[in-house]
Design a protein around this ligand. Structure first.
Ligand code: SF4
Ligand code: SF4
Ligand code: FES
Length: 520
């Protein structure tokens, strides 16, 4: 528990965390100090002067709030005439050469310059001379597009490449009106986190080539989620929109703050995984490659289960903890073997020392919690002599050669429950569409043994079946996510005493001994 101090803001007493700067300390109790250059992950640069405040303790008349720590008894003034005038002056300075092209700017609706103009400025332009023209639509690499005219020179993007990725591709060149952000000639952005500069940029000067001109920010519903791109489990916003007469579509993933997992950032590859949620979806059930009704396909699989002599359930390291548990119970009921074989989800050496992990699945740690064997030897033994193989979102084509998968599909009936039309779904005699990662709720345990939960974010016009529901129709005893959670806390030692309906937003750290490493 952090120490608290009492101070006064415009005469009103507030209790805030000590040691923080005034922007964060006072911001935490809902009082805004406008700022452009400060960002908690990058520290105070002190270049924009938008955060100037008065302190009645003998200091110089005004101080930058980003560089001033909250202290006991401090008397902070935010609304004197002098401060208001400085805020208006800074806004006027920022806007002198700005193109004011909000109607075609992707940042409109989430732009600090726009918001602060409305809140702290509101003056008409006094400019009678032509503005200084700068470069537009600059391809900075990694899908980042820069507009020099919109830039307020806060240097957040520059500091990101110096302090966070330590790649230093960006700099501010020239002086005064001619100062601008640029890359070094012939050296574009070349790091795996580059698109974070789009989120960091407080204005529309850094935009994403992928998102540009696709949606207005105010039409987007911003739901919370967890990235499935690797075992880090970065917290994200899922920005989606259902336009009239159309289905709900995801337009982007953005990082969501979780100090214990990903801080303020996410990697570019994870950001782009939103496309899998929209594209190449398995939307209809298939029997031997032919479209069929969902109920008919479920019935066909139920028949196959009742007739099979040896069944193998292949669980995915991307299944939620609840799904894994429900599948395990179902497997026990029909005397099936369970395997989590998924070597192909791991790219050895691809991870780094920041966020990106070798393991491109989100929940392998839950294999250990539930005792699911993911070894190749275990898989080979399980499929030997099997006449029905049911893959639960596990795309075996990632782990097996095409020949091996063909041989498997030739030796036994292959069934697939998944959200996308991947190679495994194509080979399956029975393919059943189920809800994707953003369309159902569940629990994941990340590479650092942090248990996190996500809720349903996207609801389609015709929602896909929840996987646990389909498993229950096949003969599983668990009907839904809630029943799975109740069963999990009763059955899994590491989860005893944890209320899986009340997991805190930042997640719950399990002790390392509870989640030993599982080799893929
Ligand atoms: S591009 Fe954006 S983040 Fe970079 S200096 Fe300009 S305003 Fe700041
Ligand atoms: S580091 Fe992993 S979890 Fe985080 S955004 Fe990238 S792929 Fe997703
Ligand atoms: S936020 Fe303090 S000077 Fe920019």
């Amino acid at each position: 528990m952090a120490d608290k101090v009492k101070l006064f803001v415009n005469g009103q007493e507030v209790e805030v965390e000590s040691g923080k700067n005034l922007i964060d300390a006072i911001g935490a109790v809902g009082i805004e100090i406008p700022h452009l250059c400060y960002h908690p992950a990058l520290g105070a640069d002190g270049n924009c002067r938008m955060c100037l405040v008065g302190i009645e303790d003998g200091r110089p008349p005004l101080v930058p709030a980003c560089k001033t720590r909250a202290a006991e008894g401090m008397k902070v003034q935010l609304d004197t005439d002098k401060i208001k005038k400085i805020q208006r002056d800074i806004m006027e300075l920022e806007l002198i050469n700005h193109p004011i092209d909000c109607p075609i700017c992707d940042q409109a609706g989430e732009c600090k310059l726009q918001d602060y103009y409305m809140k702290y400025d509101g003056q008409k332009s006094r400019m009678t001379v032509k503005p200084v023209l700068k470069a537009k639509k600059m391809d900075f690499g990694c899908g980042v597009v820069h507009d020099q005219e919109r830039c307020v020179l806060c240097a957040r993007c520059v500091r990101f490449t110096r302090l966070i990725t330590k790649t230093g591709e960006l700099g501010i060149v020239n002086r005064t009106d001619y100062a601008r952000v640029n890359i070094f000639p012939g050296r574009p952005l070349a790091n795996r986190y580059a698109l974070n500069v789009v989120d960091l940029c407080p204005v529309g000067a850094m935009t994403s080539a992928d998102f540009r001109f696709k949606q207005r920010s105010w039409f987007l519903t911003k739901s919370k989620g967890i990235c499935r791109g690797c075992s880090k489990g970065c917290n994200i916003f899922i920005d989606h929109n259902r336009e009239k007469y159309k289905d709900d579509v995801i337009y982007r993933f953005r990082p969501r703050l979780n100090e214990k997992v990903n801080g303020y950032f996410m990697c570019d590859a994870g950001r782009m995984t939103y496309k899998q949620e929209n594209d190449n979806r398995l939307t209809v059930a298939l029997l031997d490659g032919k479209e069929t009704g969902l109920n008919e396909a479920v019935e066909a699989l139920r028949r196959a289960v009742s007739q099979a002599k040896k069944i193998v359930c292949v669980i995915s390291p991307n299944n939620s903890l609840e799904q894994m548990f429900a599948i395990q119970k179902f497997a026990a009921n029909c005397n099936a073997a369970v395997s989590g074989y998924s070597d192909g989800y791991v790219i050895a050496g691809d991870g780094d020392d920041f966020l990106i992990q070798d393991d491109k699945s989100a929940n392998r740690a839950s294999f250990a919690l539930l005792g699911i064997d993911a070894s190749k030897a275990g898989f080979d033994a399980a499929v030997n002599g099997a006449d029905l193989l049911i893959c639960f979102q596990n795309d075996l084509s990632l782990s097996l050669t095409a020949d091996a998968l063909n041989a498997l599909a030739g030796n036994c009936k292959l069934a697939y429950l998944g959200s996308n039309m991947d190679a495994c779904a194509e080979k399956a005699a029975i393919a059943l569409p189920v809800a994707s990662a953003t369309e159902d709720a569940g629990t994941l345990v990340n590479v650092d043994s942090i248990l996190q939960q996500y809720a349903v974010a996207v609801v389609k016009n015709t929602p896909a079946f929840d996987m646990i529901h389909v498993v229950s129709q096949l003969g599983g005893e668990i009907k839904n996510c809630f029943e799975a959670r109740a069963g999990l806390t009763a059955a899994v030692a590491a989860l005893k005493g944890i209320d899986l309906e009340q997991v805190p937003g930042e997640g719950l750290a399990l002790t390392v001994s509870e989640v030993p490493n599982v080799a893929a």
